[in-house]
Design a protein around this ligand. Structure first.
Ligand SMILES: Nc1ncnc2c1ncn2[C@@H]1O[C@H](COP(=O)(O)OP(=O)(O)OP(=O)(O)O)[C@@H](O)[C@H]1O
Length: 292
């Protein structure tokens, strides 16, 4: 467990902290989304169970990002229910995520170019602080004590991601994999109960991907994770359960072994000629590479 595993300081919390024993379960049921009459998702359901890593896979255009964006509040579904910790979220908005105990990283790294690495991570901590730096950004009251706490949290997040040496640097001066680590630190600093990851392994080397897999497994000890990812080896290694989409429909769901054994999944990947031939190969060859 990393340095952020301690319970947050209640005196610095801007909202009541959720009781984790109640279960950080995200249920999305009967989700349909269409863009200009074209169905991106049709009646898709997915539940991320507390403390589990749930993978979301499928060929290009399957609807993964759309469903991820529904979970983030970036896309409002035409139909369906989203239930978080037993409460239905009728109008989920991205700005509510932090207060709900949900954090995300998007496909790009999305760091602020004009802020240092440390400042970027501090921005992610506003669920737990009223500090000066964040208050300047979000117009909330301030205190030096909170500022110090916020800085400490951000440094701990950077340490967990082994990015402390870059704290004073600006994002553009850093290699892409480091920027991705900083973006993940920014998501973790709010001490989320649910972490939404959209293609976190893109642009990473094999070694970096392996380390990311280890980190995701470690994180699942203290939060639920929804993982959208093209790298099949990583998905099969770290996920407890996987949902497979194709053309906006759910075609399979289950454990990695169940999904790999499902002919509909292989068929869906083989039908996609563009760049997932290797994914299809991984589906048929990599069956027991999971490490815990
Ligand atoms: N904003 C949008 N406007 C119109 N169509 C969209 C929009 N976003 C997605 N789509 C369409 O919805 C479908 C699902 O797209 P989505 O990006 O969710 O798939 P994906 O599984 O994430 O694909 P990829 O792996 O290529 O990123 C595709 O047909 C896509 O063209």
């Amino acid at each position: 467990m990393g340095p952020l595993a301690q319970p947050p300081d209640s005196t610095s919390s801007s909202t009541p902290h959720h009781d984790r024993s109640s279960g950080a379960r995200l249920e999305m049921t009967g989700i349909s989304v269409s863009f200009g009459g074209v169905a991106a998702l049709s009646d898709v359901s997915l539940t991320v169970e507390p403390g589990q890593v749930h993978g979301l896979i499928g060929p290009n255009g399957a609807g993964k990002t759309t469903l991820f964006n529904v979970a983030c509040g970036l896309v409002r579904p035409d139909t369906g229910r989203i239930v978080w910790r037993g409460d239905e979220l009728r109008r989920l908005r991205p700005s509510q995520l932090s207060r709900l105990g949900i954090a995300r990283t998007l496909q790009g790294v999305g760091l602020f170019r004009g802020l240092t690495v440390l400042e970027n991570v501090m921005v992610g901590a506003h669920r737990h602080a009223r500090a000066g730096f964040v208050s300047a950004l979000f117009a909330i009251p301030t205190s030096d004590r909170d500022e110090a706490r916020l800085r400490a949290r951000a440094l701990a997040a950077l340490e967990e991601l082994e990015a402390t040496p870059y704290a004073g640097r600006y994002p553009d001066s850093l290699p892409y994999p480091v920027q991705k680590r900083v973006a993940l630190a920014r998501a973790l600093v709010s001490d989320p109960d649910l972490l939404l990851l959209d293609e976190p392994a893109s642009g990473l080397s094999e070694d970096e991907m392996h380390e990311l897999g280890d980190l995701i497994r470690t994180l699942s000890g203290r939060m639920s994770v929804l993982l959208v990812e093209h790298h099949m080896d990583l998905v099969m290694r770290v996920c407890d359960r996987i949902t497979v989409l194709d053309s906006g429909q759910q075609i399979a769901a289950g454990t990695p072994a169940e999904v790999q054994a499902d002919p509909a999944v292989t068929e869906a990947y083989l039908g996609d000629e563009v760049d997932v031939a290797s994914d299809a190969a991984a589906l048929t060859t990599s069956t027991d590479g999971r490490e815990r």
